[in-house]
Design a protein around this ligand. Structure first.
Ligand code: PLP
Length: 445
């Protein structure tokens, strides 16, 4: 019998764990190393989502392990009014990577970084309305959850007053089209802001955006979109906040995704990848915005602000990204993965779309080549088949869209493991399709 079927373990999990969303994978994970996690039978599972899209350097990177050990032994946590060298060093390193964003605060999670950014935007503009995308995900705490429109809005009472949303551009399912059928995002954006202007009470503080909407189905903002969005913000004296929780620190083939577009946000939030799997987040902004916020008494005093341990990890992450040339690697190996996925799209009608950039890609599962109808059932079956074969891929299911696999392996992944993952995806698609042919009634929901 498999050690993963440890009855006591699952009974205790059932009895004591609060279920916080989705279901748990049917394995007990004992350890992780590089691009693999290992279950209770010591079976390797290729991690195509870098943990929760965070393990940028793979699991247990030796440099991170030694940094944790060294810094833990020196100093891990301090009174929030005390400073240590790793904090100032990391702020300096980040500022050098994002010219114009010279001021940094170091926090713990993505939601928290967006709370701080929203709080700062409100204080600095003296306004309170926050606009985000209809398929956004910015976190599970108050203001961040209010700006999260892809899931989790129902049943928790009112969100923050002044939470507004515009549609996320979707080139695979365009709402506004040019004559050739391609996405007319400019008309869509103009139309969306007409609606925002008609709903706003005149207190637009900020737009909060992901450069690639991940939980929203890996929707990439088209080239030119960010600069048009920044112009919309400028016209309304709003700040542009970019949330690069997943796209930051090289994943898209640029250090930050906004650099491809040449658009610097007023405020940048980083999390997930900056700690490469450990809880570290950062908010970056301009000297002017920080000065205004400070003059108005900006308060974001938390238990773990400016803690030395996560800051030391952030420094180690930047060192490894530089030493192993991982930004460039995301581009090169991302192309290998993208090309392989496109071949799958050519081979299987149910692969409707392949999108994204660098090592942050999406694969949308649909009913057929001429039918973009979502096929969530097939997507779930493919995910289950993949897991059985030793490949972990996350699938998001959103109303009106097919199941979308979010594929974001560690930047340190080998070519061999990319090719192995592609083979396992192909086998999983075949197995899911074969099961459907064998028992058509089961799949048709
Ligand atoms: C773009 C983005 N922002 C923020 C968050 C929230 O981060 P956390 O879960 O660390 O609070 C997430 C989490 O998935 C995310 O994808």
């Amino acid at each position: 019998m498999s050690n993963n079927q440890d009855r006591k373990f699952w009974a205790a999990a059932d009895r004591h764990l609060i279920r916080y969303g989705g279901s748990f994978d049917p394995a007990i994970i004992e350890r992780a190393e590089g691009s693999y996690v290992y279950d209770a039978d010591d079976r390797p599972i290729l991690d195509f989502t870098s943990g929760q899209m965070s393990a940028l350097l793979g699991h247990s990177h030796p440099k991170i392990v030694s940094t944790v050990q060294r810094q833990m032994a020196k100093v891990a946590h301090l009174f929030s009014g005390m400073l240590s060298r790793p904090v100032v060093d990391l702020a300096e390193r980040l500022a050098a990577l994002a010219p114009g964003l010279d001021k940094v605060i170091l926090l713990s999670t993505g939601a928290e970084s967006n709370e701080a950014a929203i709080r700062m935007a409100k204080l600095v503009t003296g306004k309170h309305e926050i606009v985000a995308f209809s398929k956004s995900w910015h976190g599970m705490t108050g203001a961040a959850a209010s700006a999260t429109h892809s899931a989790g809005r129902k049943g928790y009472g009112p969100g923050m007053a002044g939470s507004l949303a515009i549609p996320a551009p979707n080139a695979f399912r365009p709402r506004f089209k040019h004559a050739d059928g391609s996405l007319d995002w400019r008309t869509e954006l103009n139309d969306a802001f007409d609606l925002i202007d008609s709903q706003s009470i005149g207190s637009l503080a900020a737009f909060l955006a992901e450069p690639i909407l991940s939980s929203g189905g890996m929707l990439e903002l088209p080239k030119g979109y960010l600069s048009a969005l920044k112009e919309k913000c400028r016209e309304r004296a709003m700040l542009l906040i970019l949330d690069e929780a997943q796209t930051g620190i090289g994943r898209t083939g640029d250090m930050f995704a906004f650099q491809r577009d040449g658009v610097t946000p007023d405020i940048l939030t980083l999390s997930k990848t900056i700690g490469a799997g450990l809880p570290l987040a950062a908010v970056m902004t301009t000297t002017e915005i920080e000065a205004t916020a400070h003059d108005r008494g900006f308060l974001f005093y938390t238990t773990h602000v400016s803690d030395p341990l996560p800051a030391a990890i952030g420094l180690a992450v930047l060192d490894v990204v530089e030493e192993e040339r991982l930004v460039e690697r995301a581009r090169v190996i991302g192309k290998r993965l993208f090309d392989g996925l496109v071949q799958l799209k050519q081979r299987y009608e149910c692969v409707g779309d392949v999108r994204g950039r660098g090592l942050m890609l999406g694969v949308e599962i649909v009913t057929g080549a001429d039918d973009k109808s979502p096929d969530h059932e097939l997507g779930s079956q493919i995910a289950a088949e993949a897991f059985r074969r030793g490949l972990s891929m996350n699938i998001v299911k959103l109303p009106g869209m097919g199941g979308v696999f979010r594929i974001a392996p560690p930047l340190t992944i080998s070519e061999g493991d990319i090719d192995l993952g592609l083979r396992m995806i192909a086998q999983s698609i075949e197995a899911a399709l074969a099961a459907r042919t064998a028992a058509p009634g089961i799949a048709a929901e």
